[in-house]
Design a protein around this ligand. Sequence first.
Ligand SMILES: Nc1ncnc2c1ncn2[C@@H]1O[C@H](COP(=O)(O)OP(=O)(O)OP(=O)(O)O)[C@@H](O)[C@H]1O
Ligand SMILES: [Mg+2]
Length: 466
Amino acid sequence: MAVVIVIDDEPLQRGILKAILMDEGYEVYTAESAEEGLKIIGEQDADVVLTDLNMAGMTGIQMLEHLPDVPSRPAVVVITAYGTINSAVEAMKKGAFDYLIKPLEKDVIIHVVAKAAERMALLKENIRLHNELFSKFNMDGIIGRSKKMTEVIDVVRKITATPVTVLIYGESGTGKELIARAVHYNSPRKNAPFTPINCAAIPDNLIESELFGYEAGAFTGASQRKAGLIESSEGGTLFLDEIGDLPLLTQAKLLRVLQDKEVRRLGGKDTIKINVRLIAATNKDLEKEIEKGKFREDLYYRLKVVTVTLPPLTERREDIALLVNFFISKYNAEFEKQISGIDGRALKLLSDFHWPGNIRQLGAVIERAVLMADTTVISLDDIKSELKQPVSCGIMDIEIPDEGIVFEELEKQLLKQAMQKANNVAAKAARLLGMSYKTFWYRLEKFGINIPTGTRPPKDAAHGDL
Ligand SMILES: Nc1ncnc2c1ncn2[C@@H]1O[C@H](COP(=O)(O)OP(=O)(O)OP(=O)(O)O)[C@@H](O)[C@H]1O
Ligand SMILES: [Mg+2]
């Protein structure tokens, strides 16, 4: 039941109000001055305060001004004498919920306090929901409130408790490993190993011995038995990053391991039962790799039980401010700095940037800014040298910045701009860039720029006269 604090310097009135409200089932505390009332409000997590306005010492209005300006502050009902209605109006302006006029009537008191208590119950429920939602957005340091990230986090929550295989898609630096770790560390497997392996970083001739292990004498140089990474992740999670780079033969062996739930070391006869969850990640389009004969279709279907697609940062710019604050706190703690925030112009630059390195790049920019900033607020000067400006206007006035440019990025920007300028009429855009129509299409496809449907040239034409 709601907690009500009655503040009145007249003992008789205090007593009557207390009796009426206790009868209604409220938990009631009384105070004989505003000062004492404030103290009790703080101690009791009050829902409703019923206070007289004219009291010796601090008045009811002054007490209102002393209440903390937080959403959970109690609803205040002021009691005013007939003829002093102006002070009730003033109290309402200061945030009182309602007022009662003396002489008090029992029914009115009960009605007004009930209304106030109901409002507080609603408010508290809202605050609880908000907190719950907010903690959800911050699952294990995964920052993001955009629709796309919220959807990702929802999926992650649903799959952590299950043993299903997960396939994570995303450009470099979008958080694929972060998601994989979140799945593992929120799953019942969290006390067993999480083993990340970057398939692109291990030479083809070593990947199998790394994954499956080997017996002594399996190949030249295998002097003693070694367990593979699959085996040593027993009970835990194996994270195969860049799975699109796994050689075809290894793909076949991996599929068998997944299907049979057992592994055989290279040169070994016996199989070893395993219980390992697989999470795979890639920034390649695996369906295209299948078409090219570079990825096994059967493995693909085995992997994509659940897929999670991480949006590039430019598709969730509304998360940038949140991420910036997150990284400021993180690097404040790391470097023992006290940066309090970022100014508007700097945030605007970050919000408009094209972020080829996604969140990893944003993190690095803020890390450097926190380290270098001379004042407590990050400004344009602290970040601008780190950001290569996207080409923003006429083709002729491109200035090469001191750090140099990534030529392909520049080309991509130009292609996009030309399409925009030509209202998505490809022939016109090609003319603007002095390219043949076919060359233009080839380059759009190469950079994966969205091609408006209906304007695509015949399939064999795209690779024609280059
Ligand atoms: N939503 C996020 N909230 C907070 N930090 C993030 C988020 N996404 C990514 N990061 C941080 O950005 C960095 C890059 O993330 P991660 O290594 O997971 O990316 P990746 O997709 O695996 O990149 P790559 O393809 O280059 O391997 C990490 O420091 C990670 O903690
Ligand atoms: Mg990674």
